[in-house]
Design a protein around this ligand. Structure first.
Ligand code: COA
Length: 154
């Protein structure tokens, strides 16, 4: 369901506060050519105990549909992995999505993440009335995997 203007403003204010407090958050994506806001991509701490330990950092994204298929999220996510490992010194970044969300898992694979099937989980905040959306696949990339990838691509 679409958010109202007030709900969207509240979400953005909350997110801005989290970025200020923690250095992590969802960043707006803007097209360089037109300065249009096209979506977001960011790093956040998960709160999904016992599926993921507190403090696990997740990379996530969402793009307005008319901007799909042009590589914008892949570009942003690659830059965020540099930030995560080089600047923030994290040991691992994870990402998860509903099993059938192929567009999202394709981004995960394109940025060098790999599926870690033993960590797949049923999302606790998806109600049992929506069983098809409960199962989530977990992808991850460790600092050493990212470094190996970066040196292969340089
Ligand atoms: C998930 C989502 C962000 C992926 O968007 P996307 O446009 O497929 O991803 P990217 O921006 O990385 O673009 C990749 C596509 O651009 C193409 N592309 C073009 N130039 C590219 C480039 N330089 N680099 C990478 N890909 C490029 C790719 O081939 C791919 O094309 P495809 O659509 O034919 O597969 C989008 O589908 C979305 O917002 N979904 C709804 C929200 C959502 O599901 N969020 C995740 C919840 S877990």
């Amino acid at each position: 369901m679409r958010r109202s203007r007030e709900e969207a403003d509240e979400l953005l204010d909350r997110n801005r506060g989290i970025i200020d407090e923690t250095g992590l958050g969802l960043y707006a994506l803007e097209l360089k050519t037109t300065e249009e806001a096209i979506g977001f991509c960011g790093l956040t701490r998960t709160d999904l105990e016992p599926h993921l330990p507190d403090g696990t950092v997740e990379i996530g994204w969402r793009l307005a549909e008319r901007f799909w298929g042009q590589g914008h999220v892949t570009e942003a996510a690659k830059a965020l992995l540099i930030h995560a490992f080089d600047t923030l010194g994290l040991d691992e970044v994870v990402s998860f999505a509903v099993t059938t969300n192929v567009r999202s898992t394709s981004v995960m694979r394109r940025i060098g993440m790999r599926h870690d099937p033993v960590r797949d989980f049923n999302h606790p905040r998806v109600p049992d009335s929506h069983l098809a959306l409960k199962r989530h696949v977990l992808y991850s990339i460790s600092r050493s995997e990212w470094q190996a990838l970066a040196s292969r691509n340089s």
